[in-house]
Design a binder for this molecule. Sequence first.
Ligand code: PAN
Ligand code: ZN
Length: 190
Amino acid sequence: MDKLPHPLAAFFDPLTGAMTPCDRYRQVRLGDMRGYYLAERQDALATVEPDLLLYEVYELDVPAKDGEMIPCSTVIKPGHIGDEYFMTKGHYHRNGGAAEIYYCLRGEGFLLMRNGYEVVVEPMKPGSLHYSPAGWAHRSVNTGDADLVIFAIYPANAGHDYGTIKEKGFGRRIVRGTDGIPMIVDEPDV
Ligand code: PAN
Ligand code: ZN
């Protein structure tokens, strides 16, 4: 018989988004985002350092088993690449039956969701609660001038499919207008 998972506890700082201790921590830098930003197509990436930190993800080390859940914190830095705001890669869950709950603690931005053909864009601000149903891809975008801190919970057996979004995108992009106001624009044809 499988050994039962052991209870876990950590401290989660709602201001910084840091989880301590944290066995699964990752940093995503511009160099990891090849193929995601519009600026790449416009040759505007060459002037930006590939080491530039875009976001951090903290997760508790929960076994990827049926019925288990992963608590997760995402901290997206403020900024933009070309006119497109810092954002997560975005993904579908490999397990088409896995939903996710997002709760924004700090900052401002948008949550993009897509289920193949339908696209939903929700504003995020402190206190906004979002449900990304099973079958919907999700990406978070920071449009503010401070960190965007998001807490999420999702099934431990969800798995992540990044390839589909990398190839097809969300159908919408969040860009900085000339007046500095965020705009939701349709994905331009490539
Ligand atoms: C989130 C994301 C996190 C980082 O916890 O993993 O925000 O985004 P990417 O995984 O798209 O880089 C989640 O949706 N987990 O399933
Ligand atoms: Zn997810």
